[in-house]
Design a protein around this ligand. Structure first.
Ligand code: CA2
Length: 146
């Protein structure tokens, strides 16, 4: 059995498809999970969402200890606020793909400075929710190259 890929989603992403469709689209998180599972094929996935910083950090620690093959993470607002998430990710030895549905650089200045990007292997933003399977494919390529 190959190591799992952790797909971790931060605060408010459980509301995806239900609010602010002009920014985040109409795809729900359940639909995102289905797209990711299809893109992953045989690769085992841990697909999760939390509104809690503590839980997100615990899941990153779990990915380190298990170990996971890679982490695909949309940290949502914790991207810009959480040194603790950044510190936890820094300990993960495998590839980390930071993912954002929207192009954070096209938005207000508070969305421009990611604390996660300096510890990520790759950053993908602006492809909409349909970008999750693209990010998963990128992760698969990173794992083959490793
Ligand atoms: O574009 C992204 O994926 C973000 O990570 C989403 C975060 C935002 O803080 C980041 O800057 C960019 C916000 C997620 C909020 O999720 C919602 C989902 C549906 C409706 C309202 C908010």
């Amino acid at each position: 059995m190959s190591k799992p890929i952790y797909v971790l989603n931060g605060p408010n992403l459980n509301r995806l498809g239900k609010r602010e469709p002009e920014i985040y689209g109409r795809t729900t998180l359940a639909e995102v999970e289905a797209m990711c599972r299809e893109a992953a094929g045989d690769l085992p996935l841990e697909f999760r969402q939390t509104n809690s910083e503590e839980t997100l950090i615990a899941w990153i620690h779990e990915a380190i200890d298990r170990p996971a093959a890679g982490i695909l993470i949309n940290p949502a607002a914790f991207t810009f606020t959480s040194m603790a998430v950044m510190d936890a990710l820094k300990m993960f030895p495998g590839p980390i793909v930071e993912f954002h549905i929207s192009n954070i650089h096209k938005r207000e200045p508070i969305y421009h400075r990611s604390l996660v990007s300096p510890v990520a292997t790759a950053v993908i933003a602006g492809l909409g929710a349909g970008g999750y399977p693209v990010a998963l494919d990128a992760m698969r390529r990173l794992l083959i190259a490793a």
